[in-house]
Design a protein around this ligand. Structure first.
Ligand code: ACM
Ligand code: ZN
Length: 735
């Protein structure tokens, strides 16, 4: 009894505080939102009423509310908003696809939409207005299920808001895929781009070619044998589950490259017919489908016939990326085909193949999607280009009349980690990390894209490649997650960045702000906790670092509601037992300060800290020079001069190491020459580079005529490989 009184007191308090000034934290941010000061409180008598055709949406709402509240809500068809009801209503007046209106007042909640998708999204917004516990699958007894009074009008900016899941390099079980769809739907993402095929595994059952999956879906030997595939029944389940949540599943059937798994199963598909193995390490095979043989096209016809029967989407993604033509050049079939067609190059042969495939799919009523390579190569009909390289591909693609979807490596490739802080998960390294802010702060109408092409920009697509854990033995080493499972690792890469992507695709650019998004995220981590989704815990936010009393006064903000910050000031890494942060902290040596966000003892962030410049670079010797975009040219080699006086300080063998630290482009190095008082005394003339990865970036020379007082200079010839946005440092070490 006492508990009940307390509960009612707390409940009224919660409702009152909602009325007093609740601000909402909906992601993606709705187009229009007005608060009306009222609140609706859900109870066991709340009814769900739906207009004809929305029974499925009503059931999904009930399934979302029932586990955490513990109540079975009564559903009924109708269109009158009764007291204490949630009404779902189709409204022909709302004519923007996927748009909805949500009105909450003390008596009832009304969700109206022009289509079922809009209703579903109204429901997703409603869930985000409820306490975070609503996402729990367990009953949460002590929660006041209050919804702040609002009127929302909302619709997406872009029709394509997608995520690619690479199930080839790592096979995700069907249950994970369904869960991934839930994660997408929570943020109103609507395209699952299913990367089903790649060198390392074929994942789609094709009944006419059983070896694609009996052979091509498995790799390794003995106890290391791993793999799996989706049966056609699995695919039907996935497609139906997705459709109910307004997610369209688009299969990617790669060609002509990234298909070694198919070639292992059926060697005649390649130019050489050689028997290969499904690779157990990540690489991009040079064995492509052979467009010289008619049997290749027969195979593709058959595969597409079964594929289109499974996926109702208007689109089929045919890959098209990263093909090299070595095999085609040496293949008598390919060369004969070229001769018959009267074409000169392998690139034209590729266009021939693409056009045949496009025609095949057009006969099934399908539009092809491909990576941006596809729309560059003279397709006969319009296609959708998925722009991953750079803006230029979007500019030419739209100009040539193709639609485009932005999947830029620098913003949407979530297989890159969020940071390069020590302890960050092992992830892709060929480009710099993609922080949450970088995932958020970009405009799909890329700078320079003409407004007249706006309708051709369909939207955005995040990409979760899984080649980082193809090997299967990387995961136990990931201690930041402390969980030996790819699924948790994938969650860590996905959340919170997928929330950022969702807002990029949904919310008009003028309404987007990083500060607002970052604030709104604070409560979303709690939703992930409730739903059982993994995520990357953000570091404490630095509000101020002021010089004071010979040291620094550091002010922090906790970025995760319900978590707290702990810190250390003695150079020992902060941990879950360190001092709790409650007020700005005075520190003497800024490098001795560390702080972490602690959700619980097992879940905490990487540290916020202030590294000494080039911390961890000691092994390369001492700093000789730094290059910045100003110091180098784009694409053409030029001299980069470094003063080495005092750094060359004895007769010895020396090592010079070039290390990239940031920017869009790697540094190419052509030569290094050493001068004493203007006279060349040593050189190392090999080529090397340093970027996301480095190759031959160490230069060696020997000094045997050292003189005190002499001036030493080192001249390197360098360039930024595609642009001059490159930063880094050169270190020198006497061996
Ligand atoms: C790609 O990253 N190869 C599309
Ligand atoms: Zn061939």
């Amino acid at each position: 009894m006492k508990n009940r009184v307390l509960f009612i007191f707390l409940l009224s308090f919660a409702v009152l505080s909602l009325i007093a000034g609740q601000t909402t934290d909906i992601i993606p941010r709705p187009q229009k939102l007005k608060e009306n000061g009222q609140a609706f409180v859900l109870n066991e008598k709340t009814k769900i009423i739906y207009t004809k055709g929305l029974q499925k949406q009503a059931e999904l709402l009930e399934c979302a509310l029932s586990p955490a509240t513990g109540w079975d809500f009564v559903l009924s068809e109708g269109n009158k908003a009764k007291i204490n009801s949630i009404v779902l209503q189709l409204d022909a007046q709302i004519n923007n696809a996927e748009g909805y209106r949500l009105h909450v007042e003390d008596k009832n909640i009304r969700i109206t939409g022009g289509d079922a998708a809009g209703i579903f999204y109204g429901v997703q917004t409603l869930l985000q207005l409820l306490p975070a516990e609503v996402y729990s699958k367990q009953r949460q007894k002590e929660v006041a299920w209050a919804v702040p009074g609002v009127s929302i009008e909302d619709a997406p900016s872009y029709p394509w808001r997608g995520m690619m899941l690479d199930v080839s390099r790592y096979f995700f079980e069907k249950d994970y895929v369904l869960r991934f769809i839930d994660m997408m739907a929570m943020y109103k993402l609507n395209v699952l781009h299913f990367h089903l095929i790649d060198d390392a595994g074929w994942r789609l059952e094709i009944k006419k070619y059983p070896k694609l999956t009996s052979v091509g879906a498995w790799r390794g030997e003995g106890k290391d044998r791993i793999g799996g595939f989706y049966t056609q029944e699995d695919i039907k389940d996935i497609v139906a589950y997705a459709a109910a949540r307004n997610v369209e599943v688009i299969p990617e059937i790669e060609l002509p490259a990234h298909v070694l798994a198919a070639i292992v199963a059926y060697p005649h598909l390649s130019c050489t017919g050689k028997q290969h193995q499904v690779p157990t390490r990540h690489f991009i095979s040079r064995d492509l489908y052979c467009p010289g043989k008619e049997s290749t096209f027969e195979f593709l016809e058959d595969v597409f016939a079964e594929t289109v029967a499974l996926f109702p989407s208007q689109y089929v993604h045919i890959g098209g990326d990263e093909a090299v033509y070595d095999r085609w050049k040496e293949c008598p079939h390919c060369q004969q085909r070229k001769e018959e067609l009267g074409i000169q190059t392998e690139k034209e042969l590729r266009t021939y193949m693409n056009n045949r495939v496009q025609k095949m799919l057009a006969a099934h009523g399908k539009t092809v999607v491909g990576w941006d390579e596809l729309i560059e190569e003279g397709l006969a009909e319009k296609a959708v280009g998925m722009v991953w390289h750079d803006k230029k591909k979007a500019l030419t693609g739209t100009r040539d009349g193709h639609d485009v979807v932005m999947a830029l490596t620098g913003h949407t490739y979530f297989d890159f980690p969020e940071s390069s802080i020590p302890g960050e998960v092992k992830a892709a390294t060929w480009l710099p990390p993609i922080s949450l802010q970088k995932a958020y702060e970009w405009d799909p109408m890329l700078d320079g894209l003409d407004e007249k092409y706006r309708d051709q920009v369909l939207g955005v697509n995040g990409c979760l490649w899984s080649d980082q854990f193809i090997h299967g033995d990387e995961l136990p080493r990931i201690n930041a997650i402390n969980e030996n499972r790819a699924e948790k690792y994938m969650d860590y890469l996905t959340f919170p960045r997928m929330a950022a992507l969702a807002e990029v695709g949904w919310t008009p650019q003028v309404l987007r702000s990083w500060e607002n998004f970052e604030d709104n995220m604070a409560t979303h981590y709690r939703r992930y906790d409730q739903a059982g989704y993994g995520y990357r815990v953000p570091q404490p936010k630095l509000i101020a670092k002021e010089e004071e009393n010979g040291g620094f006064l550091i002010t922090l903000e906790n970025p995760v509601e319900g978590a707290h910050i702990r810190y250390s000031t003695d150079g020992i890494p902060a941990n879950v037992h360190s001092t709790v942060y409650t007020a700005p902290v005075q520190v003497e040596d800024i490098h001795d300060f560390q702080a972490i966000t602690v959700v619980n003892r097992r879940q905490f962030s990487l540290p916020l800290y202030f590294p000494k410049k080039y911390e961890g670079y000691e092994k390369y010797g001492t700093l000789l020079a730094e290059w910045t975009p100003k110091a180098i040219k784009a694409k053409v080699f030029g001299a980069f001069e470094m003063n080495a006086t005092g750094k060359i300080n004895k007769n010895a063998a020396y090592e010079l190491t070039f290390l990239f630290t940031g920017g869009q482009y790697r540094l190419d190095i052509e030569s290094v020459e050493v001068f004493k008082n203007g006279q060349k005394i040593a050189e190392d003339l090999h080529t090397g580079f340093t970027g996301g990865t480095a190759h031959n970036n160490v230069y060696k020379f020997t000094i045997d005529e050292y003189e005190t007082g002499a001036a030493f200079t080192i001249k390197a010839r360098v360039r930024g490989d595609l642009g001059n946005d490159s930063n880094g440092a050169v270190f020198i070490k006497a061996l």
